[in-house]
Write a protein that binds this ligand. Structure first.
Ligand SMILES: [Zn+2]
Length: 78
């Protein structure tokens, strides 16, 4: 698990971990982690600060890979 830090702006205060839709590779990752008893940061989860979590929540029905371009447009980040 990564320390809380907003994936958009890097803010560390008041971050919320959002889980997005799992892609096939994410599901494989989970299986692999379970079978080896490993822990890591789930690739379909990301931290967002209060400000960005509100928008990001609208995209959690998409995989993180698909959601990123949409969120970037909305957040107007490069
Ligand atoms: Zn942020």
């Amino acid at each position: 698990m990564r320390p809380p830090e907003c994936a958009v702006c890097g803010k560390e205060d008041g971050c919320e971990l959002l889980a997005f839709k799992q892609s096939t590779s994410d599901k494989n990752w989970e299986k692999r982690m379970k079978s080896m008893g490993g822990v890591g940061h789930p690739p379909w989860q990301e931290w967002f600060c209060e400000e960005h979590a509100e928008n990001a929540k609208k995209f959690t029905n998409m995989t993180l890979k698909d959601a990123w371009p949409e969120m970037k447009k909305r957040f107007k980040t490069s």
